[in-house]
Design a protein around this ligand. Structure first.
Ligand code: UD1
Ligand code: CA
Length: 458
């Protein structure tokens, strides 16, 4: 059977209390990934024929996030969840199969749960299958009205509940699988005759029931997975739950996380066994970390590829690659497609931008190296700066093998220091230095005897 998905993501998210009129609720991030993208990720393994996202408030921002993985349909005015689904008619109404409808603000739903709902729907020959949850406090949710034969009869929204119905603690999680043809057949029967004056998608339960169709449901225990984000407090709570799940998965796969409560690892990050993650560390994006590394404390790593046996502490590594057996930090900043090969030392207050370090290079203290390559066994002294920018364009610095650059030198790019050259400390290098040469570019020192006393007595 062919499968489809509709993601509802047009709502304003008033309770986020943002002053930005372009920011949709589903664009808020958890562990570096927008809410709606978490939903797309959960759907991805289900091999859907079409995914359609309904955007509205802040729709441009949402479109940017989803457009590679989903078709986009606009709902210009938000008149309810049923009205939202009506907008998808042009894209889906002629399809045959099963269509899952869910919300873009429920980042914790898992592939297993969504797949389970599809399977229940197909295996039981249902025309509508719904996900519910039994929860302690049903406040705010639609209640499932189930008769004594165990049949789902209808959903009543909080605002429309009778005194009795309000006590029901089995609620609608907002995830449904519909027979696609019947969905579009009955959608127009929804009316806004309720307290909110909205077109409720949930009215379809009663409509399907009254037309004699087969309804099914499955009930989860608790509401963790179905948690919908409405405000920034829930955003933080969902982030906490997701963080806990990711850290647990990594720990069970052989990664040591010293303080899981204070370690923030994104959903795409891969870490191999016997790596240790120290506290206050954030690892996001498409990052891969190999074995036996020690990462952190207090490091930020994003979109990085890190090999084995490295130590990276109190440092930031973005869009870069680090090979094996390197020491980075404390307080290093590695960025913009830098490649550090093996056995290098990058130390205190060193910034590397678009740099390649070959094996066994040391840049140990207080340097800025940008747009440079440094070949094997070279040593960059403390406070060396590549002056790579002339105010208009960037220039490159090329440093050969076994070069020694003395402390506090400035290398004015473009410049080449050939293999085995030696730069005296405090030099300002404007010209290339040939193999084996010593370059010294500073004023010669002059000592004036007894002058110190003269100055003091002035
Ligand atoms: C909805 C369900 C409720 C369920 C709850 C689960 C209805 C009528 N009620 O209520 O039974 O318990 O979800 O969380 O469906 N949206 C649009 N366009 C609109 C209105 C909403 O795209 O015109 C989107 C929102 O962005 C959101 C989702 O639909 O992602 C749910 O809308 P919301 O207003 O939050 O519905 P609830 O009142 O929470
Ligand atoms: Ca909601």
């Amino acid at each position: 059977m062919e499968k489809f998905a509709i993601i509802l993501a047009a709502g304003k998210g008033t309770r986020m209390k943002s002053l930005l009129d372009y920011k949709s609720k589903v664009s808020y991030e958890i562990l570096g990934v927008p809410l709606v993208k978490h939903v797309l990720n959960a759907l991805k393994p289900l091999e859907l024929k079409k995914v359609v996202t309904i955007v509205g408030f802040g729709g441009e921002v949402t479109t940017e996030i989803v457009k590679d993985e989903s078709e986009v349909v606009w709902q210009r005015e938000q008149k309810g969840t049923g009205h939202a689904v009506m907008q998808t008619k042009p894209v889906l109404k002629d399809e045959k199969g099963a269509t899952i409808i869910l919300c873009g603000d429920t980042p914790l739903l898992t592939t297993e749960t969504l797949n389970g709902l599809f399977e229940a729907h197909i295996n039981n020959g249902n025309q509508l299958t719904l996900l519910g949850a039994r929860i302690e406090n049903p406040q705010g949710y639609g209640r499932l009205v189930i008769n004594d034969k165990g049949e789902l009869v209808k959903i009543v929204e909080q605002k429309d509940c009778t005194e009795e119905e309000r006590k029901i603690n089995v609620v609608n999680a907002g995830v449904y699988v519909f027979d696609n043809e019947l969905l579009y057949k009955y959608l127009d029967l929804i009316t806004p005759n309720n307290k909110a004056g909205e077109y409720y998608l949930t009215d379809l339960i009663e409509i399907f029931k009254n037309h004699g169709h087969k309804l099914g449901y499955s009930i989860m225990d608790g509401d963790e997975e179905m948690l919908g984000i409405n405000d920034r407090n829930q955003l933080a709570y969902a982030a906490k739950l997701m963080k806990r799940n990711i850290n647990k998965r990594l720990m069970l796969s052989g990664v040591t996380i010293i303080d899981p409560e204070n370690t923030y690892i994104g959903p795409y990050v891969e870490i191999e066994p016997d790596t240790i993650i120290n506290p206050n560390t954030t690892i996001l994006g498409n990052t891969h970390i190999g074995q036996r590394n020690e990462i952190g404390p207090s490091s930020y790593i994003e979109n990085a590829k890190i090999g084995n046996d490295n130590k990276i502490e109190f440092s930031k590594v973005i869009n870069s690659e680090i090979g094996n057996q390197n020491n980075v930090g404390p307080y290093s900043h590695i960025r913009n497609t830098t490649i550090i090969k093996n056995k290098c030392r990058v130390g205190n207050f060193v910034e590397l931008k678009n740099v390649v370090l070959a094996d066994d290079v040391a840049v140990a203290h207080h340097s800025y190296i940008g747009d440079a390559t440094i070949d094997e066994h070279s040593n960059i002294g403390s406070g060396v700066i590549t002056a790579n920018y002339d105010g208009k364009v960037k220039h490159t610095t090329t440093i050969g093998k076994n070069v020694f650059v003395g402390s506090n030198s400035t290398l004015i790019a473009p410049v080449v220091l050939e293999d085995n050259s030696f730069i005296a400390a405090g030099s300002t290098i404007t010209d290339n230095v040939e193999e084996n040469a010593l370059a010294i570019a500073r004023n010669r020192q002059e000592n004036k005897a007894d002058y110190a006393e003269k100055i003091r007595n002035k």
